[in-house]
Design a protein around this ligand. Structure first.
Ligand code: XMP
Length: 509
């Protein structure tokens, strides 16, 4: 059990995970639970406060998610964000309604003198709401105002109940971090000594307890998540662990050799490579729907692991590098399912393993990287850009063919070369090409061409939850484009994706 913990109740907001991250950044362990969870499920001796997330409903809508009275009855500090604030207002006898003009995006604000805002000098906040607090419940005072919202934040200092109409988690790099720090440290009285780096021993012990003396296999993808999961499992069971690297025919150029090189080196784990390209590509033939691609790939991975495990004389557990955003984005919380990440939502129901071991299920990517560094995993591996399990299948839009895979691989290699040559590789979170499947007219030599459009996607991010397109200098983009069109047969046009997440996602499928 953690020494101190703050729970986030999820009312269906798209930014709920960011709230949990901000709290962890303040040094306090935080977990997300669905809004209707009874208090007894999370209220142990370590609980120091509760945060209520935003959500898409109006508090008066039929079926709107309610805050359970047993949560308030705990008597702990509570912070409601957007819908969470409105729900507190409504439950405690105030009034919520839609104002004449709604606020969306950066909005000027005036903060009152309150411990929640100590040290914050920001003058704008991020708003996204239809309703707002119109009449305060008894015992509450307004502690911040905007032009349209006289109670942009409120507080009942006696009962330690607070609400903010804006979304501090969305601007967590700026005022958000400070606001959550103030809530955790000043208002909930937390010490704030939680650090993911200190957890390696505990995670290893948990794996040992569950699977000590048993045979384990681990699916390695070459990314940081599965590598860290494998190293933890290796510390727990040593040579009872066999790692399996599946070449599903959807890897980037030279990826299989590169990855095997990493693992064969300093990590000292048993590793087997399986060539399953024909199997995966066969099953994906004619499939165009992204969710179906993920489901097929998720299932085939498990089948390959099962078969390999049988060849190795059987295995009881499968280790996976599932991380917290995979769990939450695949619909474990209250928010809408955006993509069923292949290693969560895409798993078949009839798995022949006794169970899964997912030591990173509760961690965010940057936490996994810190854990990886603390375990002594090589820097190059810890900081590799994320590569999705379904690989190029979700970077070839629509039907996957050998020709499209060749074009996406060749163009991706050029992009990687040029980003590395410009020393941008550790500044950009992810950069890759997408085979759009669209053909357009061009002119090359003196003739007409009718070939494919390739999109370049490059984003900056902290956690893949939100991202902005990377501002790659024009001369570098120009070189990338000209090399792709000149060197890769079948690509006659290159476009740069300039959307952020939200509203887009990082991958195109
Ligand atoms: P999106 O596209 O949802 O991606 O903004 C967020 C992060 O997740 C990766 N991603 C996946 N990883 N299986 C994975 O293992 C998947 O099905 C999957 N889909 C997206 C994506 O590369 C980005 O880092």
């Amino acid at each position: 059990m953690e020494k101190e913990k703050i729970v986030v109740l999820d009312f269906g907001g798209q930014y709920t995970q960011l709230i949990a991250r901000c709290i962890r950044e303040a040094g306090v362990y935080s977990e997300i639970y669905p809004a209707h969870t009874p208090a007894e499920k999370f209220a142990d001796g370590s609980l120091k406060g509760v945060v209520l997330s935003g959500g898409p409903d109006s508090v008066y809508a039929p079926g709107a998610k309610r805050l359970r009275p047993d949560v308030l009855a705990l008597g702990l500090p509570v912070l409601g964000i957007c819908y969470g604030m409105q729900e507190l207002c409504c439950q405690l006898g105030g009034q919520v309604a839609a104002p004449e003009s709604r606020e969306y995006g950066p909005t000027p604000i005036t903060f009152g003198a309150h411990p929640l805002f100590r040290g914050i000098d920001a003058q704008t906040v991020w708003m996204n709401h239809n309703d707002q607090v119109m009449a305060l419940p008894d015992g509450f005072v307004s502690i911040a105002r905007t032009a349209n919202c006289p109670a942009a934040a409120f507080a009942d200092n006696g009962r330690k109940i607070y609400g903010v109409q804006f979304h501090p988690e969305v601007t967590h790099g700026q005022m958000g971090a400070k606001l959550f720090y103030n809530f955790c440290r000043e208002l909930c009285g937390c010490e704030g000594s939680w650090r993911v780096e200190d957890l390696a021993g505990q995670l290893v012990a948990e794996i040992k307890e569950k699977a000590g003396g048993k045979k384990i296999i681990c699916g390695l993808s070459g990314g940081v998540d599965s590598s860290v999961a494998a190293v933890l499992a290796h510390r727990a069971v040593g040579d009872d662990l066999t790692c399996i690297f599946v070449d599903h025919g959807l890897l980037r150029k030279n990826e299989a050799e590169e990855v095997m090189g990493f693992y064969g080196g300093s990590l000292g784990m048993k590793i087997v490579k399986v060539d399953a390209a024909a199997l995966f590509l066969g099953r994906l033939q004619g499939v165009t729907d992204p969710e179906q691609k993920r489901k097929i790939i998720g299932e085939e991975f498990i089948r390959v692991f099962e078969q390999k495990a049988a060849e190795l004389g059987g295995a009881d557990y499968l280790v996976q590098g599932t991380i917290y955003p995979d769990v939450v984005e695949s619909g474990a919380g209250e928010s809408a399912v955006i993509k069923s990440h292949h290693n969560v939502g895409g798993l078949p129901e009839d798995i022949s393993f006794r169970g899964l071991i997912e030591p990173l299920r509760l961690f965010f990517k940057d936490e996994v990287r810190r854990l990886g560094e603390s375990l002594g995993i090589p820097h190059q591996l810890v900081w590799r850009q994320p590569f999705p399990g379904p690989g190029l299948a979700i970077r070839v839009i629509g039907e996957i063919t050998e020709e499209k895979l060749r074009i996406v691989r060749e163009t991706d290699q050029i992009l990687r070369d040029e980003i590395a040559a410009a020393h941008l590789d550790e500044k950009i979170w992810q950069y890759f090409t997408v085979m759009t499947g669209v053909q357009t007219v061009g002119v090359m030599g003196d003739g007409r061409t009718y070939e494919y459009v390739v999109a370049v996607r490059a984003v900056t991010s902290d956690d893949a939850m939100t991202s902005s397109f990377a501002e790659i200098p024009y001369p570098i983009l120009a070189k990338i484009s000209s090399r792709m069109v000149n060197e890769v047969q079948g690509c006659s046009r290159v476009v740069y994706d300039i959307t952020s997440k939200p509203p887009a996602t990082i991958e195109w499928e």
